[in-house]
Design a protein around this ligand. Structure first.
Ligand code: C5P
Length: 317
Protein backbone atom coordinates (compact mmCIF):
# COMPACT_ATOMS: atom_id res chain seq x y z
CA UNK A 1 0.00 0.00 0.00
CA UNK A 2 1.11 3.56 -0.66
CA UNK A 3 1.22 5.60 2.53
CA UNK A 4 1.47 9.36 2.90
CA UNK A 5 0.97 11.78 5.75
CA UNK A 6 -0.74 15.04 4.80
CA UNK A 7 -0.80 17.26 7.89
CA UNK A 8 -2.53 15.33 10.67
CA UNK A 9 -4.16 12.94 8.18
CA UNK A 10 -2.74 9.61 7.00
CA UNK A 11 -3.63 8.77 3.41
CA UNK A 12 -3.27 5.21 2.11
CA UNK A 13 -3.85 3.89 -1.40
CA UNK A 14 -4.52 0.20 -1.05
CA UNK A 15 -4.73 -2.17 -4.03
CA UNK A 16 -7.07 -4.86 -5.31
CA UNK A 17 -5.87 -8.43 -5.91
CA UNK A 18 -6.42 -11.16 -8.46
CA UNK A 19 -6.20 -14.90 -7.80
CA UNK A 20 -4.03 -16.39 -10.54
CA UNK A 21 -4.55 -19.82 -8.97
CA UNK A 22 -7.06 -21.04 -6.40
CA UNK A 23 -7.48 -24.67 -5.36
CA UNK A 24 -9.86 -25.84 -2.62
CA UNK A 25 -8.07 -28.65 -0.77
CA UNK A 26 -10.75 -29.73 1.73
CA UNK A 27 -13.54 -28.54 4.00
CA UNK A 28 -12.37 -27.99 7.58
CA UNK A 29 -14.08 -28.76 10.88
CA UNK A 30 -14.55 -25.01 11.56
CA UNK A 31 -16.57 -24.59 8.33
CA UNK A 32 -13.78 -22.83 6.41
CA UNK A 33 -12.01 -24.42 3.45
CA UNK A 34 -8.31 -25.14 3.30
CA UNK A 35 -7.04 -23.48 0.12
CA UNK A 36 -3.90 -22.86 -1.89
CA UNK A 37 -4.00 -19.62 -3.83
CA UNK A 38 -1.56 -17.39 -5.70
CA UNK A 39 -2.62 -13.78 -5.23
CA UNK A 40 -1.14 -10.72 -6.87
CA UNK A 41 -1.80 -7.03 -6.19
CA UNK A 42 -3.04 -4.96 -9.11
CA UNK A 43 -3.16 -1.25 -9.89
CA UNK A 44 -6.77 -0.55 -8.89
CA UNK A 45 -6.84 1.26 -5.55
CA UNK A 46 -9.19 2.33 -2.78
CA UNK A 47 -8.06 5.31 -0.71
CA UNK A 48 -8.38 5.62 3.03
CA UNK A 49 -7.94 8.89 4.95
CA UNK A 50 -7.38 8.42 8.67
CA UNK A 51 -7.17 11.06 11.40
CA UNK A 52 -7.21 10.58 15.15
CA UNK A 53 -9.90 11.96 17.44
CA UNK A 54 -9.37 13.00 21.02
CA UNK A 55 -12.56 11.18 22.08
CA UNK A 56 -12.85 7.38 21.87
CA UNK A 57 -15.28 7.32 18.94
CA UNK A 58 -14.73 5.60 15.60
CA UNK A 59 -16.44 7.31 12.65
CA UNK A 60 -16.50 6.12 9.03
CA UNK A 61 -17.81 7.77 5.88
CA UNK A 62 -17.44 6.12 2.50
CA UNK A 63 -18.38 6.68 -1.11
CA UNK A 64 -17.49 5.65 -4.66
CA UNK A 65 -14.73 7.64 -6.34
CA UNK A 66 -15.90 10.05 -9.02
CA UNK A 67 -16.61 8.15 -12.25
CA UNK A 68 -16.41 4.59 -10.85
CA UNK A 69 -20.13 3.91 -11.29
CA UNK A 70 -20.40 5.91 -14.50
CA UNK A 71 -17.80 3.72 -16.26
CA UNK A 72 -20.10 0.73 -15.95
CA UNK A 73 -22.27 0.03 -18.99
CA UNK A 74 -26.00 -0.57 -19.05
CA UNK A 75 -29.05 0.72 -17.22
CA UNK A 76 -28.13 -0.56 -13.79
CA UNK A 77 -28.57 0.58 -10.22
CA UNK A 78 -25.34 1.59 -8.50
CA UNK A 79 -25.48 -1.56 -6.35
CA UNK A 80 -25.55 -3.70 -9.50
CA UNK A 81 -22.70 -1.79 -11.12
CA UNK A 82 -20.10 -1.91 -8.42
CA UNK A 83 -21.70 -3.61 -5.41
CA UNK A 84 -23.12 -2.29 -2.19
CA UNK A 85 -21.21 -0.03 0.13
CA UNK A 86 -21.63 -1.13 3.74
CA UNK A 87 -21.44 1.84 6.11
CA UNK A 88 -21.23 1.82 9.88
CA UNK A 89 -20.59 -1.36 11.86
CA UNK A 90 -21.12 -3.62 8.81
CA UNK A 91 -17.96 -2.26 7.20
CA UNK A 92 -14.92 -4.33 8.11
CA UNK A 93 -12.79 -1.18 8.20
CA UNK A 94 -14.60 -0.19 11.40
CA UNK A 95 -14.42 -3.76 12.72
CA UNK A 96 -10.64 -3.81 12.13
CA UNK A 97 -9.99 -0.46 13.81
CA UNK A 98 -12.32 -1.33 16.70
CA UNK A 99 -10.40 -4.57 17.25
CA UNK A 100 -7.04 -2.80 17.24
CA UNK A 101 -8.38 -0.11 19.58
CA UNK A 102 -9.46 -2.83 22.06
CA UNK A 103 -6.29 -4.91 21.52
CA UNK A 104 -4.02 -1.94 22.29
CA UNK A 105 -6.16 -0.20 24.90
CA UNK A 106 -5.54 3.15 23.17
CA UNK A 107 -7.80 6.02 24.33
CA UNK A 108 -7.95 7.88 20.99
CA UNK A 109 -10.65 7.43 18.39
CA UNK A 110 -10.60 7.95 14.63
CA UNK A 111 -12.38 9.66 11.75
CA UNK A 112 -11.98 7.60 8.60
CA UNK A 113 -12.95 8.50 5.06
CA UNK A 114 -12.96 5.70 2.49
CA UNK A 115 -12.99 6.39 -1.25
CA UNK A 116 -13.84 3.23 -3.18
CA UNK A 117 -12.77 2.25 -6.68
CA UNK A 118 -12.57 -1.52 -6.15
CA UNK A 119 -16.02 -3.05 -6.80
CA UNK A 120 -17.41 -5.09 -3.91
CA UNK A 121 -18.60 -8.75 -3.82
CA UNK A 122 -16.29 -9.25 -6.74
CA UNK A 123 -13.31 -11.40 -5.68
CA UNK A 124 -10.92 -8.44 -5.88
CA UNK A 125 -10.44 -8.24 -2.11
CA UNK A 126 -11.53 -4.59 -1.82
CA UNK A 127 -12.98 -4.80 1.69
CA UNK A 128 -10.02 -6.87 2.97
CA UNK A 129 -7.59 -4.37 1.44
CA UNK A 130 -9.42 -1.46 3.11
CA UNK A 131 -9.33 -3.27 6.48
CA UNK A 132 -5.57 -3.91 6.18
CA UNK A 133 -4.97 -0.25 5.28
CA UNK A 134 -7.04 0.85 8.27
CA UNK A 135 -4.92 -1.32 10.59
CA UNK A 136 -1.68 0.15 9.21
CA UNK A 137 -3.08 3.70 9.45
CA UNK A 138 -4.31 3.21 13.02
CA UNK A 139 -1.01 1.66 14.11
CA UNK A 140 0.85 4.67 12.75
CA UNK A 141 -1.59 7.45 13.75
CA UNK A 142 -2.10 6.11 17.26
CA UNK A 143 1.68 5.45 17.56
CA UNK A 144 1.00 1.91 18.80
CA UNK A 145 4.26 0.38 17.55
CA UNK A 146 2.57 -2.98 16.84
CA UNK A 147 4.85 -5.38 14.93
CA UNK A 148 3.82 -6.83 11.56
CA UNK A 149 3.16 -10.15 13.32
CA UNK A 150 0.80 -8.50 15.80
CA UNK A 151 -1.03 -6.74 12.94
CA UNK A 152 -1.18 -10.05 11.04
CA UNK A 153 -2.89 -11.72 14.01
CA UNK A 154 -5.51 -8.97 14.24
CA UNK A 155 -5.90 -9.00 10.44
CA UNK A 156 -6.57 -12.75 10.35
CA UNK A 157 -9.34 -12.31 12.93
CA UNK A 158 -11.07 -9.85 10.58
CA UNK A 159 -11.00 -11.95 7.40
CA UNK A 160 -9.01 -14.64 5.60
CA UNK A 161 -7.65 -12.27 2.91
CA UNK A 162 -6.78 -9.34 5.20
CA UNK A 163 -3.20 -10.47 6.17
CA UNK A 164 -2.20 -10.62 2.47
CA UNK A 165 -2.90 -6.90 2.09
CA UNK A 166 -0.58 -5.85 4.91
CA UNK A 167 2.36 -6.48 2.57
CA UNK A 168 0.61 -6.83 -0.82
CA UNK A 169 2.79 -7.76 -3.82
CA UNK A 170 2.42 -11.42 -4.81
CA UNK A 171 2.09 -14.32 -2.38
CA UNK A 172 1.15 -17.94 -2.10
CA UNK A 173 -1.59 -18.05 0.54
CA UNK A 174 -2.57 -21.21 2.38
CA UNK A 175 -4.66 -22.25 5.37
CA UNK A 176 -7.96 -20.42 4.91
CA UNK A 177 -5.91 -17.79 3.01
CA UNK A 178 -4.24 -16.13 6.01
CA UNK A 179 -0.88 -17.99 5.86
CA UNK A 180 1.25 -15.87 3.56
CA UNK A 181 4.41 -16.83 1.72
CA UNK A 182 5.68 -13.89 -0.40
CA UNK A 183 6.49 -14.73 -4.02
CA UNK A 184 9.04 -12.75 -6.00
CA UNK A 185 10.31 -13.00 -9.56
CA UNK A 186 6.94 -12.98 -11.33
CA UNK A 187 6.82 -11.08 -14.61
CA UNK A 188 4.91 -7.80 -14.86
CA UNK A 189 1.45 -8.69 -16.14
CA UNK A 190 -1.32 -6.63 -17.73
CA UNK A 191 -4.98 -7.42 -17.20
CA UNK A 192 -8.43 -6.61 -18.52
CA UNK A 193 -10.88 -6.99 -15.63
CA UNK A 194 -14.67 -6.97 -15.72
CA UNK A 195 -17.13 -6.85 -12.85
CA UNK A 196 -20.52 -8.15 -14.07
CA UNK A 197 -23.74 -6.52 -12.90
CA UNK A 198 -24.16 -8.97 -10.05
CA UNK A 199 -21.73 -9.84 -7.28
CA UNK A 200 -21.38 -13.23 -5.59
CA UNK A 201 -21.40 -14.06 -1.89
CA UNK A 202 -18.13 -15.70 -0.75
CA UNK A 203 -19.79 -18.00 1.86
CA UNK A 204 -22.39 -19.19 -0.68
CA UNK A 205 -19.81 -19.97 -3.37
CA UNK A 206 -17.55 -21.86 -0.94
CA UNK A 207 -20.53 -23.76 0.48
CA UNK A 208 -21.62 -25.02 -2.93
CA UNK A 209 -18.13 -25.97 -4.14
CA UNK A 210 -17.11 -29.63 -3.86
CA UNK A 211 -13.39 -30.03 -3.05
CA UNK A 212 -11.77 -32.37 -5.60
CA UNK A 213 -10.48 -35.85 -4.70
CA UNK A 214 -7.17 -35.03 -6.35
CA UNK A 215 -6.33 -31.34 -5.85
CA UNK A 216 -4.04 -29.51 -8.27
CA UNK A 217 -1.05 -27.63 -6.80
CA UNK A 218 0.18 -24.17 -7.75
CA UNK A 219 3.82 -25.14 -8.45
CA UNK A 220 3.36 -25.63 -12.21
CA UNK A 221 1.83 -22.18 -12.60
CA UNK A 222 4.64 -20.60 -10.58
CA UNK A 223 7.26 -22.29 -12.79
CA UNK A 224 5.41 -21.29 -15.96
CA UNK A 225 5.14 -17.66 -14.85
CA UNK A 226 8.78 -17.47 -13.76
CA UNK A 227 10.51 -19.47 -16.49
CA UNK A 228 7.96 -20.41 -19.17
CA UNK A 229 6.85 -18.78 -22.37
CA UNK A 230 3.68 -16.66 -21.84
CA UNK A 231 1.85 -18.90 -24.32
CA UNK A 232 2.04 -21.74 -21.73
CA UNK A 233 0.50 -19.76 -18.84
CA UNK A 234 -3.14 -20.48 -19.69
CA UNK A 235 -2.57 -24.25 -19.20
CA UNK A 236 -1.83 -23.69 -15.53
CA UNK A 237 -4.27 -20.94 -14.56
CA UNK A 238 -6.98 -22.39 -12.37
CA UNK A 239 -9.79 -21.37 -10.03
CA UNK A 240 -11.68 -24.25 -8.41
CA UNK A 241 -14.54 -21.90 -7.43
CA UNK A 242 -15.28 -20.90 -11.01
CA UNK A 243 -17.42 -23.88 -12.01
CA UNK A 244 -19.62 -23.33 -8.94
CA UNK A 245 -19.83 -19.59 -9.65
CA UNK A 246 -20.85 -20.30 -13.26
CA UNK A 247 -23.78 -22.35 -11.95
CA UNK A 248 -24.78 -19.46 -9.68
CA UNK A 249 -24.49 -16.57 -12.15
CA UNK A 250 -25.01 -16.69 -15.94
CA UNK A 251 -22.70 -13.70 -16.29
CA UNK A 252 -19.51 -15.66 -15.61
CA UNK A 253 -20.03 -18.04 -18.54
CA UNK A 254 -21.09 -15.17 -20.81
CA UNK A 255 -17.88 -13.29 -19.96
CA UNK A 256 -15.72 -16.42 -20.36
CA UNK A 257 -17.04 -16.86 -23.90
CA UNK A 258 -16.16 -13.28 -24.81
CA UNK A 259 -12.65 -13.74 -23.35
CA UNK A 260 -12.28 -16.93 -25.45
CA UNK A 261 -12.54 -14.75 -28.57
CA UNK A 262 -10.44 -11.69 -27.71
CA UNK A 263 -6.95 -13.19 -27.76
CA UNK A 264 -5.70 -13.20 -24.15
CA UNK A 265 -2.77 -15.20 -22.76
CA UNK A 266 -5.28 -16.78 -20.37
CA UNK A 267 -8.40 -15.86 -18.41
CA UNK A 268 -10.44 -16.89 -15.38
CA UNK A 269 -12.57 -15.68 -12.49
CA UNK A 270 -10.88 -14.06 -9.48
CA UNK A 271 -11.48 -15.45 -5.96
CA UNK A 272 -15.11 -16.33 -5.29
CA UNK A 273 -16.19 -13.96 -8.10
CA UNK A 274 -17.87 -12.36 -9.72
CA UNK A 275 -14.96 -10.44 -11.31
CA UNK A 276 -13.29 -12.07 -14.28
CA UNK A 277 -9.90 -11.18 -15.77
CA UNK A 278 -7.75 -11.87 -18.78
CA UNK A 279 -3.95 -11.69 -18.88
CA UNK A 280 -3.09 -9.51 -21.86
CA UNK A 281 0.07 -9.21 -23.99
CA UNK A 282 0.76 -5.61 -22.91
CA UNK A 283 -0.95 -2.51 -21.53
CA UNK A 284 -2.28 -1.49 -24.94
CA UNK A 285 -3.88 -4.89 -25.43
CA UNK A 286 -5.42 -4.70 -21.93
CA UNK A 287 -7.05 -1.37 -22.85
CA UNK A 288 -8.26 -2.81 -26.17
CA UNK A 289 -9.84 -5.82 -24.47
CA UNK A 290 -11.41 -3.66 -21.73
CA UNK A 291 -13.04 -1.63 -24.54
CA UNK A 292 -14.45 -4.82 -26.10
CA UNK A 293 -15.88 -5.90 -22.73
CA UNK A 294 -17.47 -2.47 -22.31
CA UNK A 295 -18.94 -2.59 -25.82
CA UNK A 296 -20.44 -6.00 -24.99
CA UNK A 297 -22.14 -4.42 -21.95
CA UNK A 298 -20.74 -7.00 -19.56
CA UNK A 299 -20.39 -4.65 -16.59
CA UNK A 300 -17.68 -2.42 -15.19
CA UNK A 301 -14.57 -2.89 -17.37
CA UNK A 302 -11.13 -1.95 -16.12
CA UNK A 303 -7.50 -2.49 -17.06
CA UNK A 304 -4.64 -2.89 -14.59
CA UNK A 305 -1.14 -4.28 -14.12
CA UNK A 306 0.61 -6.16 -11.35
CA UNK A 307 2.21 -4.06 -8.62
CA UNK A 308 5.04 -5.47 -6.51
CA UNK A 309 5.52 -5.11 -2.77
CA UNK A 310 8.59 -2.96 -3.49
CA UNK A 311 6.61 -0.57 -5.71
CA UNK A 312 3.87 -0.34 -3.10
CA UNK A 313 6.35 0.27 -0.31
CA UNK A 314 8.24 2.93 -2.31
CA UNK A 315 6.51 5.94 -0.76
CA UNK A 316 6.31 4.47 2.76
CA UNK A 317 7.74 6.86 5.33
O1 C5P B 1 -12.64 -15.03 6.00
P1 C5P B 1 -13.77 -14.38 5.32
O2 C5P B 1 -14.59 -13.53 6.26
O3 C5P B 1 -13.39 -13.65 4.09
O4 C5P B 1 -14.71 -15.56 4.85
C1 C5P B 1 -16.07 -15.37 4.53
C2 C5P B 1 -16.73 -16.72 4.43
O5 C5P B 1 -16.25 -17.41 3.28
C3 C5P B 1 -16.45 -17.65 5.58
O6 C5P B 1 -17.36 -17.45 6.63
C4 C5P B 1 -16.61 -19.01 4.94
O7 C5P B 1 -17.98 -19.34 4.83
C5 C5P B 1 -16.10 -18.79 3.53
N1 C5P B 1 -14.68 -19.18 3.40
C6 C5P B 1 -14.33 -20.53 3.37
N2 C5P B 1 -13.03 -20.88 3.25
C7 C5P B 1 -12.06 -19.95 3.13
C8 C5P B 1 -12.39 -18.58 3.14
C9 C5P B 1 -13.71 -18.23 3.27
O8 C5P B 1 -15.20 -21.39 3.47
N3 C5P B 1 -10.78 -20.34 2.98
Amino acid sequence: MLIDQVGPEIEIHTPAKLNLFLEVLFRREDGFHEIETLMTSISIYDTIYFSTRTDHQLRLTCGWAHGTRARSSGELTSGQRVGDLPEGGDNIVLQAVDRLQKHSGVRSGASIRLVKRIPSSSGLGGASSDAAAALVAANSAWKLGCSRDELRTVAAEIGSDVPFFLDCGSAMCRGRGERIQPVVGLPRMHFAVVRPPEGLSTPRVFKQCRPPADPVRAGDLLDALRFGCPSTWSRHLMNRLQETAERMSPWIQRIRRVFDRVGCLGHQMSGSGSCYFGICRNGRDARRIARILRANRLGLSMHANTVTATQLGASLR
